[in-house]
Design a binder for this molecule. Structure first.
Ligand SMILES: *Cc1c(COP(=O)(O)O)cnc(C)c1O
Length: 375
């Protein structure tokens, strides 16, 4: 790539054109384009295997998966749900749109996940669930969260949108909690163009989700409950089947890029890298490369660094910034200074470009551009 070509923060992984065209050809014979077709069924089976989970339901996107996973628990309106503001707005919206009240817990600065030591103090008689996020594919303290949830009879619904393929102690991450929600959006490690899934253990949730994602229709003349439309279509399912064939290769290539960054940036004073690279109990997916910029040691702020990189045609992202509790859609509702660690991290974090096809000379160019900024 030439010196001035733009490097975006991510680049969707795709099968070859021929592979996808070949795979969608049968749709012109059957004209069966959606409504739990054979590719939808096949992808559900294959993802259960790949994610190593007992049950899984596909959806039109990750957000609807999250909304429906919360809805299927039948919480009483106005109940409280403990979550974090250091996430994509989807997490908070899914709670609010279910007419529940998000209660924001602070995060840990070294991995961006919920600070499990601060959960219990937020529990009231109205608390019904915890919705933690496996931020950047870093996993939450699932054991401690389970202990707290069991003790207080709370449900746990993980936002695992970043954690596709991550394993903890050899087990698929979707095995933890009452449900785990994945996103297969184009920008994620694994994509179905748009798509998502809920993973869970109890089979009755499969039936419940089936209703919620298909208008509650159970027969030509039978509608058993009020449901939305959140089905995955066959073109997306086929994209998913194709991408699944290449996912191990994609993650391996991301690992290589991840290690280039680690090697070149580890020693730079004022930059704090994601802790995940060193955990041995975790099989990571190398989904993001976040760095924290300590202005006092690095010399310039996160915002200045982002601008300087943009001038060199390198797009790094303030991800996540602002915190979800700071958006204008929630006027005078939440106080961002209740989660001071999340507030600091959101001001210092920058995620660097990361995708399987990122070339070594591009990673070099990015690292040099960063190092050049150090004062
Ligand atoms: C991407 C994402 C979602 C939503 O997924 P979509 O497939 O885009 O609807 C939810 N939570 C987090 C943390 C995400 O990154």
């Amino acid at each position: 790539m030439s010196q001035d070509e733009r490097i975006n923060v991510t680049r969707s992984s795709m099968p070859s054109y021929e592979e996808y065209i070949q795979a969608i050809k049968p749709l012109w014979d059957t004209h069966w384009l959606t409504n739990m077709g054979i590719y939808h069924q096949e992808l559900e089976q294959r993802l259960k295997g790949y994610l190593d989970v007992p049950e899984l339901s596909l959806t039109v996107n990750g957000h609807m998966a999250l909304e429906l996973a919360i809805q299927m628990m039948n919480f009483k309106e106005g109940s409280e749900v403990i979550t974090t503001p250091f996430t994509f707005i989807s997490t908070t919206h899914a709670i609010v749109r279910n007419r529940l009240k998000p209660i924001f817990c602070d995060i840990k600065s070294d991995d961006g996940t919920i600070d499990e030591t601060k959960i219990e103090e937020l529990i009231t008689e109205k608390t019904v669930a915890v919705v933690p996020v496996h931020v950047y594919g870093n996993i939450c303290n699932v054991e401690e969260i389970k202990r707290i949830a069991d003790k207080h009879h709370l449900k746990v619904i993980y936002d695992a949108a970043h954690a596709f393929g991550v394993k903890y102690k050899g087990k698929g991450i979707g095995n933890y909690g009452d449900a785990s929600v994945f996103s297969f959006h184009a920008t994620k490690v694994y994509n179905t163009i748009e798509g998502g899934a809920v993973a869970f253990k109890e089979h009755h949730y499969y039936e419940k989700l089936y209703n919620l994602k298909n208008f509650g229709i159970r027969g030509e003349e039978t509608v058993t409950e009020v449901g939305a439309n959140a089905k995955m279509n066959e073109f997306c399912a086929i994209m998913g089947l194709c991408n699944l064939k290449h996912i191990d290769d994609e993650i391996a290539k991301r690992k290589t890029v991840y290690e280039w960054y680690c090697n070149r940036l580890e020693e730079v004073e004022g930059l704090i890298l994601n802790k995940c690279c060193k955990e041995i109990t975790i099989t990571p997916n190398y989904s993001y490369f976040p760095i924290l910029i300590d202005k006092n040691k690095f010399g310039i702020s996160r915002d200045e660094l982002r601008e300087r990189l943009l001038q060199e045609n390198i797009v790094a992202r303030k991800y996540f910034y602002p915190l979800t509790n700071a958006f204008e859609c929630f006027p005078d509702t939440y106080r961002v200074n209740e989660t001071p660690v999340a507030q600091r991290v959101s001001r210092e974090v920058l995620t660097l470009p990361l995708y399987g096809d990122l070339e070594e000379n591009d990673a070099d160019r990015i690292c040099e551009a960063i190092i050049k900024c150090k004062k």
